[in-house]
Design a protein around this ligand. Sequence first.
Ligand code: CUA
Length: 329
Amino acid sequence: MSLIAGAAAAAEPGGQGVVQVPSMFAAASTPAGIIADYSVLVFGICAAIFVVVAGLIIVTVVRFRSRPGDDDREPPQVYGSNQVELAWTVVPVLIVILLSLVTARNILALQKDERPEGWLPVTAIGHQWWWEFHYPEQGITTANELHLPVGRPTFFDLESQDVIHSFWVPQLSGKTDLIPNRTNHLWVDPFEPGVYVGQCAEYCGTQHAQMLLRVVVHTPRGFESWLAHQRTEAVMSPGVAEGRRLFESTACVNCHTVRGTDADGRFGPDLTHLMSRATIGAGVASNDRAHLLEWVTDPDHFKPGVRMPAMKLGVKQVEQVVDYLLTLK
Ligand code: CUA
């Protein structure tokens, strides 16, 4: 199953809506639109050059081909022509100037130093091989599935925990690298609610290809209610006490946070609202009981090389831990 098909299949259980085809020509945000328009302009200019050059070659080949009865003498040779020399110097220079000016204007627009009122700050951190999203104003952290509002631009701080990754959601913006010990910036302003998928775009190790990004764009109202839900602490169900005890007494808590409990590890994804996500393992499988059982038993099965170890729990214990995880709504 391809990642995109997997993401589409996974769209249903989470109830997040239709997953869009990640084409950079189906721009759904201003920066992506700028890049798509620029690509069309460059393609148009190149196509025009191709038509002129190929057309002249064809005309020349047909019109001046050798015919029966031609004599074998060499035709008159032309050395130097001011008109021709001027034409093929001036026209390319004009094209280069035009493209430079448009490029400069686009770079300024993509960097957008002035931030409009009401902008939303989000910090995206690349890990081998998953994404961490932190909303500093709301104090919430989630993984792999980014939630954004329409009608309000989001400005990202892009960071990395280990190696260089690259954030790329083709319908929302161009690629920008996440580099250790450096903060890069990116902004998006999605036009329509929906699910937009992307992918890490810089080779970052074995599971680079399984660093899927899902961006769920909400109406402003829907976004507020998502935030309100994410701000709450984990609710404890009495029926899963044994699973919780296992989770908190094994190495799980060294890597995972469940707000409202003693689990405060930072190395792996925050699990406080695990079940609000449609996928696990950065998009490798849909988030349901069967996949969680497989994942906790042996994460390597889905993602060979994954940093999460198999905890070597018994079948019964894995079920208890997963039943606890299923309550983290
Ligand atoms: Cu992260 Cu490629």
